[in-house]
Design a protein around this ligand. Sequence first.
Ligand code: ADP
Ligand code: MG
Length: 212
Amino acid sequence: MADLPFSNLSLPRAQLENLERLGYRTMTPIQAAALPLAFAGRDLIARAKTGSGKTAAFSLPLLDKLNPRDFGTQALVLCPTRELATQVADEIRRLARYRQNIKVVTLCGGQSIGPQIGSLEHGAHIVVGTPGRIGDHLRKTTLNLARIKTLVLDEADRMLEMGFIDDIRAIVEHTPASRQTLLFSATYPEDIQTLSRQFQREPEQVSLESLH
Ligand code: ADP
Ligand code: MG
């Protein structure tokens, strides 16, 4: 498949310039497959190996849908570990540079909860975190997911391996049914298919293997 430029997508000009500055000239194969569907509002199951550019495949669509004047949390990205959540939040901040006043907050365990509550009080358009700590915030009612437009399950197979299924279920129940749900996974075992059936609406499947 020929390398497609990001200008094939109807992205704002400021974002195309931002991507250029970041050195993103053409879409990776998973981005070329996932982005048009995600921008069309579809739920997705995307399978591709590490390093294939999955973060931008879910971040560009969720950024496009954000309303910066609404201080409610509009996008939630669940990741298996603090390290991955930090990497994803950093990448989202880079990809968000074309817009002003977009706030990204990271919520992970192993860190004190007080400062996290403080940042949430100031408004967080995007929350990135691990299911355990996000669940803690929901129980404390310090996080409100009623205005979520995009829910991302990143490295979903690893989150299930780590035993996060009950936390994920509880989190999804706090989000509106109208949300777009994007599921990213390196593998597609039975328990991921079950997760998809429970939380997604007519998901489109994109798999990197089928693109070669
Ligand atoms: P994955 O989540 O699939 O493991 P990442 O989203 O972390 O992959 O991306 C891997 C690396 O590739 C990152 O350093 C990211 O900045 C870079 N990258 C992603 N998309 C592009 C692109 N279209 N062009 C150039 N570099 C990219
Ligand atoms: Mg990733």
